[in-house]
Design a protein around this ligand. Structure first.
Ligand code: BTN
Length: 275
């Protein structure tokens, strides 16, 4: 690994050779393509998928000029401070498991690398101190999937009252900078383990699904709480769906008991706890 510590230069460019060395031997991350700056790593990785690139290719950068979030939102950049990556996959299992694996890998990598407790907000936001620290965008096309992750590692959002109220960096939570290289290696290592279990043929793959579902469910916050779910379609926010978040079904859908006594299965949207 690189001799530098993040404390020496928290905003130094990513030490991509250290990342490559740390990923050696994994199935995922067999190729790491790094750009000092790019529009969106997800868009680039989707292009690789269309060209027939093998699964496990990783695209990373220090700065996205056109980072994309879920539901048509913009993903805000913190140049040289975030973990920004997109992973090209060709999953042979239903997409909801990819969503669960991605979030689990991030939570576990944060805990392993920083010691900070991290929580999961349905479906796949990762929170530290109840504020969003990582966003995940999964895009699919013709048998390929790109998992894009933006993890607020270094820098601070404390001076931005609007963003700082709902988002946080690991450095802010920890009181010191973190190694983005160590985070990427821990994240891909966790991801690789779960993904291998899911891709396994026959009953081994079914065992992988059960393991992932149980681990994801165990980490999920907000169950048993009153929530509002907002779904954005066609650039418009609809009326929020309000009710009790009772649980999740086998496919990861949120089971909401509405105030009129009816149960609804919710498969996408932004969930907010009301108390
Ligand atoms: C969200 O919470 O809305 C999801 C944010 C996803 C951001 C990541 S950063 C890497 C990848 N490239 C993108 O353009 N978006 C994802």
């Amino acid at each position: 690994m690189d001799e530098r510590t993040p404390q020496d230069r928290p905003d130094a460019p990513l030490a991509v050779d250290a990342v490559r060395a740390g990923l050696a031997g994994l199935r995922l991350g067999w190729r790491v393509t790094y750009f000092p700056e790019i529009g969106s790593t997800n868009t680039y990785a989707m292009g690789l998928a269309r060209q027939g690139e093998a699964e496990g290719a990783l695209v990373t950068t220090d700065h996205q000029s056109a980072g994309r979030g879920r539901m048509g939102r913009v993903w805000q950049a913190l140049p040289n401070q975030q973990v920004i990556l997109s992973l090209l996959l060709r999953p042979r299992f239903p997409p909801q498991f990819l969503m669960m694996v991605s979030a689990l890998a991030v939570v576990e990598a944060i805990e392993q690398t920083t010691g900070l407790p991290a929580a999961l907000k349905w479906p796949n936001d990762v929170l530290v101190n109840e504020r969003k620290v990582c966003g995940i965008l999964i895009e699919t096309s013709e048998g390929a999937a790109v998992v894009g992750m933006g993890l607020n590692a270094n820098g601070s959002l404390a001076d931005d009252p609007e963003l700082g109220a709902r988002a946080i960096t690991l450095a802010d939570a920890l009181g010191q900078p973190v190694s983005r290289e160590a985070l990427i290696v821990a994240l891909l290592t966790r991801f690789d383990g779960y993904y291998g279990a899911l891709q396994a043929p026959g009953t081994d793959g079914m065992f992988g699904r059960q393991m992932v579902r149980d681990a994801w469910r165990a980490r999920l916050g907000m169950l048993g709480r009153r929530v509002a779910i907002r779904q954005r379609a066609g650039g418009q926010d609809g009326e929020p769906l309000v009710g009790l978040a009772e649980g999740v079904d086998a496919d990861g859908a949120l089971i909401v008991l509405r105030d009129d006594g009816k149960r609804t299965l919710v498969t996408w949207g932004d969930v907010e706890a009301l108390g």
